[in-house]
Ligand binder design. Structure first.
Ligand SMILES: Nc1ncnc2c1ncn2[C@@H]1O[C@H](COP(=O)(O)OP(=O)(O)OP(=O)(O)O)[C@@H](O)[C@H]1O
Length: 325
């Protein structure tokens, strides 16, 4: 378990992380999501005792990192895959790590096998591809068989095969009952990897929720409708609680955008009231666009998750048109 309480880090006048509070539980992959510069790396570095918080605390299995007696037994991390000494072989690198942490040599062969590097164990790490370097980094993180694992953007730069492998590997580590926190700036990637999400924007917590709920919210669809009886239709829709906005349509006929609605709902409402429709179409926004909008304005999203009326919430960012998932 990782417990972060009121964690704050300032660099000069930059507030990299601001009053973050969240808990990462064992048993499933938790995604740590935010755009570039949101403060993910800084938060992970503070959890791992590499940066000192300006205020607040970060505990791993109930203890600050610096107070862990045998850190590698408790927590493993993959922050930067390329920090390995280029002239060392993969095996020598892991043996050096094992010796420095009083771990049995036999564990080196075990972790090499776990990450699928046994055959290249005698090769110099400097010649490794990014995917192989990531595997070696993973092997190092697993040396002490830790209960807690942190990965900072582990799929960055990997080919599709490497991405799928790392994703499955992280999921299997979580399924063994470990705590797995993995950062990414891509909601699409996290939606495939994680079950739970901690979302941050500009150093602040935006959401602590299941992936399903966050994706549903970010990709909420809307309906575009044109009618010669637009005012009457608008009245009916708002009376039903739908959030409606107007946009200029083709041939100078305005259209209504109805957030969070299905075409069936709007069509049925129009039909039962004798309203003629010239267009009834479903609009689905780009997941990443919607996410960027949410994280780019964390205050607005805060208002949404605090339970504002549907209209206000649905106008918050999901009402994007044109993109594809
Ligand atoms: N050592 C540092 N000195 C000054 N500013 C820093 C330092 N480290 C991070 N920052 C700033 O803190 C903010 C958060 O950076 P951080 O690297 O934690 O974000 P991130 O979410 O991990 O993004 P990325 O994926 O781009 O690394 C940024 O504005 C960054 O410029």
């Amino acid at each position: 378990m990782i417990e972060v309480r009121g964690l704050t880090k300032t660099f000069g006048s930059t507030k990299a992380v601001e009053d973050l509070t969240f808990t990462v539980k064992p048993g499933s992959v938790t995604g740590f999501l935010g755009p570039n510069g949101a403060g993910k790396s800084t938060t992970m570095r503070m959890i791992l005792g590499l940066d000192r918080p300006t205020s607040g605390t970060a505990l791993i299995e109930g203890v600050p990192y610096r107070e862990l007696e045998r850190p590698l037994h408790t927590v493993g991390a993959l922050l930067d895959a390329k920090w390995v000494h280029p002239n060392r072989t993969a095996k020598a690198h892991l043996q050096w790590m094992a010796a420095a942490n009083s771990l049995p040599k036999s564990r080196v062969d075990e972790v090499l096998r776990l990450v699928g590097l046994t055959e290249v164990a005698g090769k110099k790490a400097g010649g490794f591809s990014l995917g192989m370097s990531q595997r070696l980094g993973l092997a190092g993180a697993l040396l002490g068989d830790p209960k807690v694992l942190l990965f900072d953007e582990p799929v960055n730069g990997l080919d599709p095969e490497g991405i799928v492998w790392i994703r499955k590997f992280m999921q299997s580590l979580a399924a063994e009952g470990r705590t797995v926190l993995v950062s990414s700036h891509l909601l699409s990637e996290m939606s495939l990897t994680a079950e739970h999400l901690i979302v941050i924007g500009r150093g602040r917590l935006i959401a602590d929720t299941s992936v399903k709920e966050f994706v549903d919210r970010a990709s909420e669809s809307s309906v575009r409708v044109r009618s010669p009886q637009l005012d009457a239709l608008r009245g009916l829709l708002t009376a039903r609680g739908f959030a409606v906005s107007e946009e200029a349509g083709d041939d100078h006929e305005s259209a209504l955008l109805v957030s969070g609605a299905r075409t069936d709902d709007v069509g049925a409402l129009a039909g039962s009231n004798g309203i003629v429709l010239h267009e009834l179409s479903s609009q689905r926004g780009s997941l990443e666009d919607a996410f960027m909008k949410l994280t780019g304005d964390e205050v607005q999203y805060h208002a949404q998750i605090a339970g504002e009326p549907a209209g206000a919430a649905q106008n918050g960012g999901a009402q994007k048109t044109g993109g594809a998932l």
